[in-house]
Design a protein around this ligand. Structure first.
Ligand SMILES: C[S@@+](CC[C@H](N)C(=O)[O-])C[C@H]1O[C@@H](n2cnc3c(N)ncnc32)[C@H](O)[C@@H]1O
Length: 247
């Protein structure tokens, strides 16, 4: 559900209070963490509210057949891009549903998006919504960081994870805090915790978990997706798992 017009002024007032508290250096660390997460959600709610005004029933009038969800800066030729924040063709919080008409899409594509929405409520809702909006024979392609990749070597010396650290964390401030293999697992599973822009990783997935999620949503044929760099972000190929579910 979108924020009602009646609640919108309260949201704006609340946002002002959050901003003021975050600017106050005496705000305690724990409260500030929560407020940063709240500020992110307020930002998403405002974007979503603006789009929902144009599509009050939660469905856009257009019927794009190829749709990318949570693509961020990665755009795909021929795909309509839906994301919670700019840049996107439509700003929409997909936890509120996929804003497409029933049985109209041929391909839904997302990568490194699903782990950023909460499980079970939002992830299961997303899978059910994918089933609703796909035409018969359509497919939803989902790529996520493969939990098996980081878990399988454990317990292990950190030296075994040199490639993952180089690829994912070498240029990030958290690199200095990854000093054991378990630190690495924690960062993979909680990535972008307390980040001012992105929601963190809420849930970890592997091929089995993706298959179960889409099976529960009504998909009958699910298989690994052969990575295609004309669609997917090339930097996501390593240590990710992609599955495609057909309606
Ligand atoms: C880690 S980025 C991945 C971007 C791109 N898919 C890639 O692989 O480079 C996660 C993306 O999911 C989007 N996202 C997160 N939660 C969302 C939501 N509730 N609704 C729509 N998009 C969301 C974020 O805004 C962000 O663009």
């Amino acid at each position: 559900m979108p924020i009602s017009e009646a609640s919108r002024p309260q949201l704006d007032t609340f946002a002002d209070h959050v901003t003021a508290l975050l600017a106050d250096p005496s705000t305690p660390h724990g409260l500030a963490r929560t407020l940063r997460a709240t500020a992110k959600e307020i930002n998403l709610a405002r974007h979503h509210h603006a789009s929902q005004r144009a599509s009050p029933n939660g469905r856009i009038d257009d019927t794009p057949t190829h749709v990318q969800i949570g693509g961020g800066a990665h755009r795909i030729d021929g795909f309509f891009n839906i994301d919670a924040v700019p840049p996107a063709d439509l700003l929409w919080d997909v936890r509120e549903g996929i804003p497409l008409q029933d049985a109209t899409a041929q391909v839904l594509f997302s990568e490194h998006f699903l782990e950023h929405i909460d499980y079970p409520r939002s992830a299961k809702h997303f899978a059910r919504e994918a089933h609703r909006v796909l035409a018969p024979g359509g497919q939803v392609i989902t790529g996520v960081p493969d939990a098996a990749h980081v878990l399988t070597p454990y317990p292990a010396p950190l030296a075994e994870a040199v490639e993952m650290i180089d690829r994912w964390y070498a240029s990030r401030t958290c690199r200095a805090d990854i000093t054991t293999y378990l630190d690495l697992i924690n960062y993979v599973f909680r990535d972008q915790d307390d980040d001012p822009t992105y929601n963190p990783h809420y849930w970890a997935y592997d091929a089995e978990k993706l298959t179960q999620l889409f099976t529960e949503a009504g998909f009958t044929h699910i298989e690994p997706w052969p990575f295609d760099a004309t669609i997917a972000n090339p930097k996501r190929e390593w240590a990710s798992v992609y599955m495609t579910a057909f309606k």
